[in-house]
Design a protein around this ligand. Structure first.
Ligand code: CMC
Length: 385
């Protein structure tokens, strides 16, 4: 064997190594367009503000699966199918009932979605049918776990009403008011799709190996769970509640300043793509303001505004989608550790849309890494190490 060689690599000689794949365009897609300079988000041709004003989550699902809006008949059909597929197979319900009650709801969601494949009868069906089945069942899993961990009876899904209405019904055991359903529907619309974020990239990567959609969504849920992605909304809420509970953090402006001094991230701020205010944050800010006042949580909104102002002055960084969605969900009475699950229940529309798009024109996703270690080392027996 030739002599061991220390790979002495100067990373400056590899400007094409792109940590975090920032700015790399790896796919063409019809799903969404993000203009980070203008603060513009478009789903398959329609600005997010237009969809927020006129559409429903079911219609947005159709849009992201077909790259066009449905006719009345098509919308009724997809809505009906989404309603029909809401119930869970018994073994999945048993898992939810018997799993650790202290467990992370995203872990339970990830495991339950993974299990669904085993009990999905139409294994060789259309990809669109898989997408409908997964999207329809995710809210049922989330609500069922929340009830099971509180020793409450799991509520069977309704076979009518919107996904937003049904989710709140399964969670609370009573029909929500029109305003609550509308708010939830809007939150689902706003989180449904966002280009090549980490979870969508994960989903497409799994699809590119010709693995199934259940596996791809399972992987995507795992990616979304992290605090730098979907997990941020829970962290935002914990931060806001600290001002109530912990006198040491009583002043939001001082809290932010000391975090920045310690070079720590403030959750719910910053974005890889948006260099101006995230348009979803604009819509959610209004909802957060209205809801927090309505439900007697106006202090949350006031602290939020102080944090936003301090972040702007100190670092010129704007809030992202997770910052205000935290106050919206909290004001609606949703448990904090469920926030990221709601993000997943919505983003599954985008994930599955991307899965279908990837499958239609697939190429295995397989980047490379620059090896920095040694080469040709002599073997040392285990006793001598
Ligand atoms: N708090 C404080 N400073 C920040 C923050 C923040 N939240 N975000 C970015 N910065 C600073 C960072 O310290 C750095 O400053 P400097 O140049 O002085 O060292 C600069 O901005 C660039 O930061 P970066 O981490 O290199 O930027 P990125 O593109 O890798 O980060 C991000 C994007 C979302 C990971 C980051 O902004 C972050 O960690 N935010 C907090 C977590 C969060 O809210 N995540 C939700 C993202 S939106 C929903 C989603 O897509 O899932």
């Amino acid at each position: 064997m030739s002599e061991s060689v220390k790979t002495d690599i100067d990373l400056n000689e590899y400007p094409h190594i792109n940590r975090g794949l920032e700015g790399i365009v790896a796919f063409s897609s019809n799903k969404s367009s993000i203009d980070g300079q203008k603060g513009e988000l478009i789903y398959s041709g329609y600005n997010i503000e237009t969809l927020a004003e006129n559409s429903s989550f079911e219609e947005v699902c159709f849009l992201l699966w077909n790259d066009r809006l449905p006719s009345q008949e098509e919308l009724e059909e997809v809505t009906k199918k989404l309603q029909q597929h809401r119930s869970l197979p018994d073994p999945v319900k048993d898992y939810i009932r018997n799993t650790d009650k202290e467990g992370n709801p995203m872990t339970v969601l990830r495991s339950a979605v993974s299990m669904l494949e085993d009990y999905y009868e139409d294994q060789n069906g259309e990809l669109l049918d898989n997408a409908i089945a997964i999207a329809a069942k995710m809210p049922t899993i989330v609500a069922a776990f929340d009830r099971a961990r509180k020793d409450q009876e799991i509520i069977e899904p309704l076979t009518d009403h919107s996904m937003a209405h049904n989710f709140l019904y399964m969670l609370n055991g009573e029909h929500p008011g029109e305003q609550a359903s509308k708010t939830m529907d809007l939150a689902l619309i706003l989180h449904a799709e966002h280009g090549m974020n980490a979870s969508t990239f994960t989903c497409r990567t799994i699809c590119s190996t010709e693995s199934d959609m259940f596996s791809a969504v399972t992987g995507a849920i795992g990616a979304l769970k992290g605090p730098l992605h979907g997990g941020a909304n829970q962290e935002v809420m914990k931060m806001l509640l600290n001002f109530d509970e912990d006198p040491e953090h009583a002043d939001p402006a001082d809290f932010v300043k000391s975090k920045l001094e310690r070079k720590e991230k403030v959750m719910g701020f910053g974005h890889r793509v948006y260099k101006v205010l995230d348009p979803r944050a604009v819509l959610l800010r209004q909802m957060a303001e209205d809801l927090s006042k309505e439900t007697g949580h106006e202090n949350l909104y006031e602290w939020s505004q102080t944090i936003v102002q301090t972040m702007h002055e100190e670092k010129d960084i704007d809030p992202n989608v997770d910052f205000y969605s935290a106050t919206v969900y909290y004001s609606m009475g949703i448990p904090i550790d469920m926030f990221t699950c709601i993000f997943a229940m919505s983003r599954v529309a985008g994930w599955t849309g991307h899965y279908i798009e990837q499958a239609e024109n697939n190429r295995l996703i397989r980047p490379r890494a620059l090896y920095m270690g040694e080469k040709n080392k002599a073997w040392t027996s285990i006793e001598e190490r």
